[in-house]
Design a protein around this ligand. Structure first.
Ligand SMILES: Cc1cc2nc3c(=O)[nH]c(=O)nc-3n(C[C@H](O)[C@H](O)[C@H](O)COP(=O)(O)OP(=O)(O)OC[C@H]3O[C@@H](n4cnc5c(N)ncnc54)[C@H](O)[C@@H]3O)c2cc1C
Length: 416
């Protein structure tokens, strides 16, 4: 079924009896050409592009819970391509371009809103670093704009420019950045993949891999063995646990990250704003809630909830930026599990096991990557070669010393 204004009108006039489920609920088949483990944004996007762009058939996505139950439905919805390093920026810009055409492409309203993102500058050294970043972005075909305090005061009058500790000295803006309704992305890709014949199998946990003579023959699941020509794993926060079942130890740690939503307010924030002197970022949803977040919890965890010290830290960051936040009531908090890699950048690569492929290490920035990650993982699965924007996302970069250390923090996942 195609969604359109005409369809909505027709259904409104005929009692909404014609809507069909957005995707089927098939039983697993004994064998597929390609099995994707993990029905998050990345797994579903991979299946979608495999079917649509790479003309692959007999594909299944195996999800242990329900579609949208993982990080794809838990994030703070920010998209952007304001990266510095060559290994990253072309990939994230590719992703942003895919976001720009996504709703037409998969015929689903994902509420892609290019309302802009602003990174605030608080010191002269930071201005130098952001000028360098902005130039890097422009050289890679992205947009970037350096804003003075006078410009900022016109657009963001509510910010605390004269904070004694963190005065605001300017900002780096990317006007094409913004927000997307996160779970609609999962639903849109799921529907698009299903309509191209992909089996989306929910409530089916992968419990192991059947590996013989160095080749992966399929996955053991809570609903029996499913054979596969190729297996692609995209399980985000569960990466280490799932790949351990194939005997692999990854350069990834799992940490909880929290998100916060306030009561609904009249429109106050024009776009996404990030604090440059601590970890705090904020946007306003179309329902009016301020959506904000900050740092990961400082220790490894698989619990999808966070702790009070980080809530305090995030609130302090918010108050330093706009003190008016102190009068707003918090409505909801939740957490997700982040797959923190050792240099803060992802991995999209084959493994040493024939037929087993891996996609992960997205840290807390994988939502914006969803379209490009899906496309590049599909490219790798279909052609056995990396997509040109993802050639740096190899396992062996840690061994060879070619880290993509965007933040220059070294191998400290808690700092990325
Ligand atoms: C609070 C929070 C805020 C964030 N904010 C942003 C942001 O603003 N911008 C941004 O770019 N990124 C953000 N992120 C990061 C982003 O959400 C993730 O990097 C990204 O969603 C991860 O990819 P995914 O969607 O495929 O993950 P998921 O949706 O987690 O998908 C992985 C799936 O694998 C399944 N799975 C796990 N183990 C198994 C198994 N054994 N068998 C079968 N299935 C399995 C899980 O159930 C899950 O559904 C945020 C994350 C959180 C938690």
């Amino acid at each position: 079924m195609r969604y359109s204004g005409f369809r909505v009108l027709k259904e409104a006039l005929t009692g909404h009896k014609g809507w069909t489920p957005a995707w089927r609920d098939p039983d697993p088949q004994p064998h597929y050409d390609i099995v994707i483990v993990g029905g998050g944004g990345h797994g579903l996007a991979t299946a979608y592009y495999l079917a649509k762009e790479f003309r692959q058939h007999r594909i299944a996505v195996i999800e242990k819970g329900w579609i949208g139950g993982g990080n794809v439905g838990r994030n703070t919805t920010i998209i952007r391509s304001n990266y510095l390093l060559d290994g990253n920026e072309p990939f994230y810009e590719f992703s942003l371009k895919l976001w720009e055409g996504l709703e037409q492409d998969f015929n689903y309203n994902a509420m892609v809103s290019q309302r802009g993102i602003l990174n605030l500058i608080h010191t002269d050294a930071q201005r130098d670093a952001f000028i360098r970043r902005g130039n890097g972005m422009i050289l890679n075909g992205a947009d970037a704009e350096l804003l003075s305090v006078a410009q900022l005061k016109r657009e963001y009058p509510f910010l605390n420019y004269d904070n004694a500790r963190f005065p605001i000295k300017g900002g780096l803006a990317q006007r094409r950045g913004g927000t997307v309704r996160h779970d609609a992305v999962a639903w849109g890709y799921a529907r698009g993949a299903d309509s191209r014949g992909v089996d989306i199998i929910q409530n089916c946990e992968v419990t192991g891999f059947r590996i013989e003579n160095g080749k992966c023959l399929g996955v053991e699941t809570s609903r029996g063995f499913i054979g596969a020509g190729k297996v692609g794993v995209a399980v985000a926060g569960s990466s280490s646990r799932v790949m351990a079942k194939a005997g692999m130890r990854l350069p990834i740690e799992s940490h909880a990250l929290q998100a916060f939503v306030s009561e609904g307010l009249k429109p106050v924030l024009p776009g996404v704003i990030t604090f440059g002197a601590g970890h705090f970022y904020c946007s306003q949803s179309d329902k009016g809630g301020l959506v904000f977040g900050g740092d990961i919890d400082g220790y490894n965890s698989y619990a999808q909830r966070g702790n009070l010290p980080v809530i305090e830290d995030v609130a302090e960051g918010g108050m330093a930026l706009f003190p008016g936040l102190g009068r707003v009531r918090l409505l909801r908090i939740w957490g997700g599990i982040m797959d923190m890699s050792m240099d803060g950048s992802p991995i999209i690569d084959r493994t040493h096991i024939d037929g087993l492929y891996f996609n992960g290490g997205w840290c807390y920035g994988g939502f914006k990557a969803t379209p490009a990650s899906g496309w590049c993982f599909a490219h790798l699965l279909a052609t056995d070669t990396p997509h040109k924007t993802a050639t740096a996302y190899r396992f062996d970069r840690f061994e060879r010393g070619y880290l993509i250390d965007e933040k220059g923090m070294g191998a400290q996942p808690n700092l990325h």
